[in-house]
Design a protein around this ligand. Structure first.
Ligand SMILES: Cc1ncc(COP(=O)(O)O)c(C=O)c1O
Length: 421
């Protein structure tokens, strides 16, 4: 049986193996959580999320950046409870659709703390943002400019905007989450940016505050940020620069992403060097704020030996699409026997051979009825959950100091036809 010492850093802050030998998350025994709330379930260690938010803020202060805003990229975990938590911590919020905008307002964010993103927003989404009074709209191209020009005509207040520039930089990450390359669906190219800037500056109802970029997600180096900042530095002198999100996280114990403090210090250093120290600097972490605070609990439904040992659980690609989308790698433990050396294929319950949560994972001889814990599922898990095979989506449970409560209930079978007409 593993001891507290062997629990890897990929588990949420404060996790441990308790006296019973069970994994404990947010002070709550994982076996008890599974019994009380059912499986699959997303468990979120509230203190972990708060600690990461505070680490970002402290890192900017330590780096000598007086004027900054940490903006939670809500696409990573669009739940009102998560938004409320980050609003309480003083963060801003990146929303990329009318739906995320609606959730962020419901989650308690002041509209002024919102940044509206997206590469294909229709009139309705822009109108909603304008009516709500969002702080910033990131303009993604010339069609956005046409649309906004029309929508802001005659309004009394000018709408503050940023121009999203694709800096022509490819970070080292999966191609499906790389966004800063020259041939990207996001933003305008560095070559076209001067024309977009001139047009934005000519529209009375808009106030161009600065530039935005987002290179990609799950990055382990600040080098592409430096190159990208250098690429946009020649486009003018603006009061605001938003450098997007993208800080990577460890999904496996041997991975070592940059610590939040180091990442922020290096980026701020680059910004001071290339743009000067007096700018308002915005950053939009999603994954780095929420991935590590969340785990998913599953129950083992079947174990069979077909060449490999196939351990099938009661969830899969409906609650975590990342293995299917990006070949994303996870680790796992049996909740009451962490560690182990039985090599298994941890499979989901869905009717696709590709629905394998983890290939070749070492577990302690999993058996039917065991609870399996998969850490680092806080980002883009709930966010991309779906009803494939008519599987209801799992609940989100917040855990803190030994207390747990539901913040999003489990979907019911009736929810599956609630929209039928
Ligand atoms: C504009 C923008 N900002 C921030 C993020 C968050 O990225 P991450 O979760 O990697 O921090 C994304 C992710 O797609 C994005 O598109």
């Amino acid at each position: 049986m593993a001891s507290t010492q062997t629990l890897s850093h990929i588990y949420p802050l404060g996790s441990r193996v308790n006296e019973l030998g069970h994994l404990e998350l947010g002070g709550c025994d994982a076996i008890e959580l599974a019994e009380r709330f059912g499986t699959p379930a997303y468990i979120v260690a509230e203190d972990d999320l708060r600690a990461r938010a505070r680490a970002f803020i402290a890192a900017f202060e330590a780096a000598g950046q007086a004027d900054f805003e940490v903006v939670f990229a809500s696409k990573a975990f669009p739940a009102t409870a998560v938004m409320r938590l980050f609003a309480e911590e003083g963060l801003g919020c990146d929303v990329a659709s009318a739906g995320e905008l609606h959730l962020a307002l419901r989650g308690g964010f002041s509209p002024r703390k919102l940044v509206l993103h997206g590469n294909a927003r229709d009139d309705g989404e822009f109108q909603l943002a304008l009516d709500a009074g969002v702080g910033l709209i990131a303009v993604d191209g010339f069609d956005d400019i046409d649309r906004l020009e029309r929508l802001v005509a005659g309004r009394r207040e000018r709408q503050a905007v940023l121009l999203r520039v694709t800096p022509g930089v490819r970070g080292e990450t999966h191609e499906k989450i790389s966004t800063g390359q020259a041939d990207s669906k996001f933003g305008v190219s560095v070559a076209q940016a001067p024309a977009a800037i001139a047009r934005l500056q000519s529209i009375d109802g808009l106030e161009l505050r600065g530039l935005h970029m987002h290179i990609g997600s799950n990055l382990f180096s600040t080098e592409p940020f430096r190159v990208a900042i250098a690429a946009i530095a020649g486009l003018g002198d603006f009061p605001v620069y938003d450098i997007g999100g993208g800080l990577g996280v460890a999904y496996a114990a041997e991975q070592e992403p940059l610590a939040i403090e180091d990442f922020v210090a290096e980026v701020v250093g680059g910004v001071h060097e290339l743009l000067g120290a007096g700018k308002r600097l915005m950053i939009e972490p999603g994954r780095a704020l929420v991935a590590g605070g969340g785990v998913t609990l599953y129950r083992v439904i079947s174990v069979k030996d077909n060449v490999s040992r196939w351990v099938a659980v009661d969830g899969g690609m409906s609650d975590n699409l990342r293995p299917m989308l990006y070949g994303a790698r996870y680790e796992a433990d049996v909740a009451d026997r962490p560690g182990g050396s039985t090599r298994v294929q941890l499979a989901g319950k869905h009717c696709e051979s590709g629905d394998v949560i983890i290939k070749d994972v070492l577990l302690d001889d999993p058996r039917v009825g065991d609870v399996v814990v998969v850490p680092v599922t806080g980002a883009y898990g709930h966010a991309m959950a779906n009803n494939y095979n008519g599987v209801p989506r799992p609940p989100v449970i917040f855990a803190k100091d030994g207390e747990a409560h539901v913040v999003i209930r489990r979907e019911t079978l009736d929810d599956l036809h609630a929209r039928d007409v």
